[in-house]
Design a protein around this ligand. Structure first.
Ligand code: DAH
Length: 375
């Protein structure tokens, strides 16, 4: 075997047993690099006689080509093997369940507020808001609740520390009724006391010092207010019936109005909703006079209402001989509990994500009442 063949076989053998790209590169440098063994051999061609060159030239060049080809082939084989190994380990199993993507949900209270806004929008009501930090005038006095009135004691109110000498301390509103006052006063101001019709609901946060399974210090109410000419209790009853039937999505819900007392309405009525009992559970709607199969059935209180007291209309700068109206106030949390079957109010505000996940609503798939109330 000639010298050149031995060199070729040596490199081919090394290439065959190279384990990685670095080893291949080292071989390439040793053989074909500037000072590589084969490169140096090529340089010797210049000093040969023409006969020698004719004989050696093709051999050395052939060897250079053999080694270069072997390097390229080995490199490609290594790359293919690496890709195969990668594909084998990174195999994507499309039958595996996708990992859960954490996502938020709509809180039942927000959901119910949206439903209320939709129902009342269909009846021509707009949504009004007011501050949660209120003053004595809007929360009590203008609502015909005088300083000595027992109704003030009825509300176990969160007062702020007294700020100015002799003034009344601010408070966290105990109900949404002050929004009635703010809206009527705005209307009186904007119309120079002439007044104009008002149809509003005011959902929002309210506060009382109370805490048990059905009371939390912060809770939600929705206020309703209608001011117009010739408004009477028939309008109140129809509006409440339409609202309750749309909200609970049943046409067979009966309402019962019981005489009651609120300082800001006269006459006042507490409103009960009829329930029946199906499979041992109370269901809003059905026959409240004995229930399905003659078992159960009855009434549960759902809201307070009445005809707006003339003093309240007058306190806001409007003429009660021209403008009449009705109002109502209702607990939103209780509406949510009744409609969606939750029994502990405190869980509403604990911030437990498991609860929110279970009772919350998908932001992209919320049940909607936008089909209208058929009014
Ligand atoms: N503000 C009352 C409360 O918090 C609820 C209420 C009753 C509001 C009768 C009204 C109403 O507007 O007419 O207990």
């Amino acid at each position: 075997m000639s010298n050149i063949e031995a060199i070729r076989d040596k490199y081919l053998q090394q290439i065959g047993s190279a384990v990685d790209g670095d080893a291949l590169e080292a071989i390439r440098l040793a053989a074909l690099g500037k000072k590589g063994e084969i490169s140096l051999l090529l340089k010797t061609l210049g000093q040969m006689t023409p006969e020698e060159r004719q004989e050696q030239g093709p051999k050395i060049n052939g060897t250079r080509q053999n080694v270069a080809d072997a390097l390229a082939a080995r490199k490609e084989a290594m790359e293919t093997a690496a890709l195969d190994a990668k594909l084998a380990t990174e195999k994507l199993d499309l039958t595996l369940p996708a990992p859960a993507t954490p996502k938020g949900s709509i809180h039942p209270v927000s959901q119910v507020m949206d439903e209320l806004a939709e129902i009342f929008a269909d009846l021509g009501f707009s949504v009004a808001t007011g501050p949660e930090i209120e003053d004595d005038w809007h929360n009590f006095t203008a609502l015909n609740i005088p300083e000595t009135h027992p109704a003030r004691a009825m509300h176990d109110t969160f007062y702020f520390p007294q700020t100015d000498e002799g003034g009344m301390p601010k408070l966290l509103r105990t109900h949404t009724s002050p929004v009635q006052i703010r809206t009527m006063m705005d209307v009186a101001k904007q119309t120079d006391g002439a007044g104009e019709p008002i149809y509003l609901i005011a959902p929002g946060r309210t506060y009382r010092s109370d805490s048990d399974a059905t009371h939390t210090p912060m809770f939600h109410q929705v206020e309703g207010l209608v001011i117009d000419k010739g408004i009477h209790m028939g309008h109140l009853k129809w509006t409440l019936e339409t609202f309750i039937r749309a909200f609970f999505e049943r046409d067979d819900i009966e309402l019962r109005l019981r005489p009651s007392y609120f300082p800001f309405t006269e006459p006042s009525a507490e409103v009960d909703v009829g329930f029946s009992v199906e499979k041992g559970r109370r269901i809003i709607g059905g026959d409240p006079h004995g229930g399905v199969d003659g078992v159960g059935g009855g009434w549960m209180e759902i809201l307070g209402s009445g005809m707006v007291h003339p003093n309240v209309i007058r306190n806001c700068g409007l003429d009660p001989d021209v403008w009449q109206g009705f109002a109502f106030g209702c607990g939103i949390d209780r509406l949510a509990m009744l409609k969606y079957g939750m029994d502990d109010l405190r869980a509403f505000f604990d911030g437990d994500l498991r609860w929110a996940d279970h009772y919350g609503f998908d932001a992209l798939d919320v049940p909607t009442l936008s089909g209208g109330v058929g009014a």
